[in-house]
Design a protein around this ligand. Sequence first.
Ligand code: SAM
Length: 220
Amino acid sequence: MRFEIITIFPHILDSYLNESILKRAQKKKLIKINFHDPRQFATDAHRSVDDRPFGGGPGMLIKIEPLYKTLKKIKRAKKSHVILFDPAGQRFDQKMAQKFSKLDQLIMIAGRYEGVDARIEKFIDEKISIGPYVLSGGELPAAVVVEAVSRLLPGVLGDDQSAVEETFSGDDSYIEHPHYTRPEVFAYLEKGQKKKLAVPKVLLSGNHKEIKKWRANHIK
Ligand code: SAM
């Protein structure tokens, strides 16, 4: 699957997207992440892509021409979808991640400053928000979408079953059970008193039927 991120800061996610699972997924060619800088289509000497909003008000907006030209330049795959990040857009969730994971290509426009010229909406499929708060740009939302979608692609996780049995997988209301690892008993001090936290015994029993039952009854 191809992710295309349109941003005026094409290196801002370099470190994050090139570590761990996403690094491996790119190396195995399961995903490709391309960055497209609208500045390539800036026409003035300063290569500016922003301008003041009509009607006044604070801040600057990313202009429509460089965004439009960037979108046009991206070679479209058969199953392709264009989203614009917007704090007031459709809320991104696991269901949406599952829907996006069936695509060949997801094109994402990251806004900056006060946002983008609203006329770009004619050339997108939907506006997406990653939550009810305002960030300074759409790059972190793009990283969130890339990671949530990539995890659902076959071969990306070490064990594909990990994504099947995860919180929100399948039915929205599914919450995974808690997990424990060694040591079996964790000792710590609280107000000078020795305290212990033990792992539930059943998880150490080797009885898979009982473990399954315990997990079904112990959601987080
Ligand atoms: N003036 C805009 C408003 O009041 O809605 C906020 C613009 S924000 C500072 C700049 C850009 O960051 C937005 O255009 C959008 O692309 C991105 N952004 C900020 N918060 C976001 C969120 N919660 N989800 C998705 N994108 C977000």
